[in-house]
Design a protein around this ligand. Structure first.
Ligand SMILES: Cc1cc2nc3c(=O)[nH]c(=O)nc-3n(C[C@H](O)[C@H](O)[C@H](O)COP(=O)(O)OP(=O)(O)OC[C@H]3O[C@@H](n4cnc5c(N)ncnc54)[C@H](O)[C@@H]3O)c2cc1C
Length: 349
């Protein structure tokens, strides 16, 4: 790796032409024109107060588990390494716990389970950082981040003013928040405060979870039981990015309205679907992709995983552009066969 340090001295080092290969779970080779890792808010402010960076494009990087780098990043990558977890307050029912954005999400989940704080156990083993958890309202096994979210603190990049966001102000949706839409690239999330239970509401509604509980004869699972089973399922189902580059589900499950669903269902009566509370229908994107023949297909160094069609993988040496081309081809074929548009869950750069 040929990294050259920057001439201007800040509290932390700015690297130039910095390899992002170890910083994205797709393991694609791409460089950042500038790169800095900050572990205190002072370090971040010290850098951003310099007008030199005003017109430079910026990317906030957590664990790199939800990005696809299709080319070198012609700007400044800010790697968030703000650490620390603090119990702010407690009531008879809840703990209010603040975690700094650079904490690993799964380490935070483990901390909560050790402290007997409930609510995040179904979200065990999701890769990435605390700071990215509100970005797409991470979700798994019947629970979403918004179920435990209290507030977050973020820094507005243009004004360097800090602002607190409530849940309402984050506009959480299915793998969405205001930070992926109207406020995209405008704020750096510094910390997130979660509301965690003392009297746990165990959510074992998800099929695979309740099945394993039955097999193990666990009638009254603890939050640790749920976490252990979620980890077991995830390890058996999903490719480990350390072995096979990927970013989890590449596409979101499409939601279609009643008239679209009626014509889809007339033609594809065997398709799985979920009725949503808003009157729409959710179709598993993995099923749509599989029906188009992509599951297990290898194209060059990339392909759709053999067990999870929704997970695009880097078999080794794939360029981001190559993975993106595959994604576009998948999108087109789903559109042609089913007249349904599938949107990316992964952030494309
Ligand atoms: C094997 C695997 C399984 C996965 N399973 C799930 C799953 O079950 N459910 C799920 O929801 N997701 C899942 N994901 C996706 C991913 O783990 C999550 O989206 C995670 O929250 C991304 O965190 P990160 O720190 O890696 O974000 P990054 O990839 O670093 O960043 C993602 C986006 O958020 C922005 N961002 C990151 N940190 C900040 C910050 N502090 N302030 C402002 N913007 C920021 C980035 O600029 C980027 O646009 C999976 C990924 C993998 C590889």
């Amino acid at each position: 790796m040929n990294n050259f340090t920057f001439q201007i001295q800040y509290m932390s080092t700015v690297f130039t032409e910095f390899s992002l290969h170890p910083y994205n779970t797709f393991s694609v080779a791409a460089k950042a024109k500038y790169f800095i890792e900050f572990s205190t808010q002072d370090e971040l402010m010290d850098l951003l107060q310099d007008a030199y960076w005003n017109d430079t494009k910026k990317m906030i990087l957590g664990g790199g588990s939800n990005i696809l780098l299709t080319k070198d990043f012609d700007g400044l990558v800010l790697k968030n390494s703000l650490l620390g977890i603090e119990v702010l307050s407690e009531t008879s029912n809840y703990y209010y716990v603040k975690a700094n954005a650079g904490e690993s999400w799964h380490d935070f989940v483990c901390y909560c389970i050790e402290q007997n704080m409930g609510g995040v156990e179904n979200l065990s083993l999701i890769p990435g950082s605390v700071g990215a958890s509100p970005m797409q309202n991470i979700g798994a096994y019947g629970v979403e981040l918004c179920d435990v979210f209290h507030s977050l603190e973020a820094l507005e990049i243009n004004t360097l003013k800090k602002r607190e966001f409530s849940a309402e102000e984050c506009y959480f949706g299915y793998r969405e928040s205001i930070f992926k839409k109207a406020l995209k690239d405008q704020y750096i999330i510094l910390s997130v405060t979660y509301r965690l239970t003392k009297n746990h509401l165990i959510n074992a509604s998800y099929g695979a979870l309740s099945e394993i509980l039955k097999q193990k004869n666990i009638e009254h699972p603890s939050i640790k039981d749920i976490s252990d089973i979620v980890i077991e399922i995830r390890q058996s189902k999903l490719p480990d990015p350390k072995q096979l580059g990927n970013a989890g589900s590449f596409f979101k499950n499409p939601e279609i309205n009643k008239s679209e669903f009626d014509s889809f269902h007339r033609e594809h009566g065997n398709a799985p679907f979920y009725n949503l509370e808003n009157g729409k229908y959710k179709i598993p994107a993995g099923w749509l992709i599989e029906q188009c023949g992509w599951k297990g297909k290898v194209i060059g160094n990339t392909g759709a995983h053999k067990d999870q069609a929704l997970v695009l993988v880097n078999y080794g040496g794939a360029q981001g552009e190559e993975i993106w081309k595959l994604a576009l081809n998948i999108q087109t074929s789903v559109k042609e066969k089913f007249k349904i548009e599938i949107q990316t869950e992964v952030n494309i750069y």
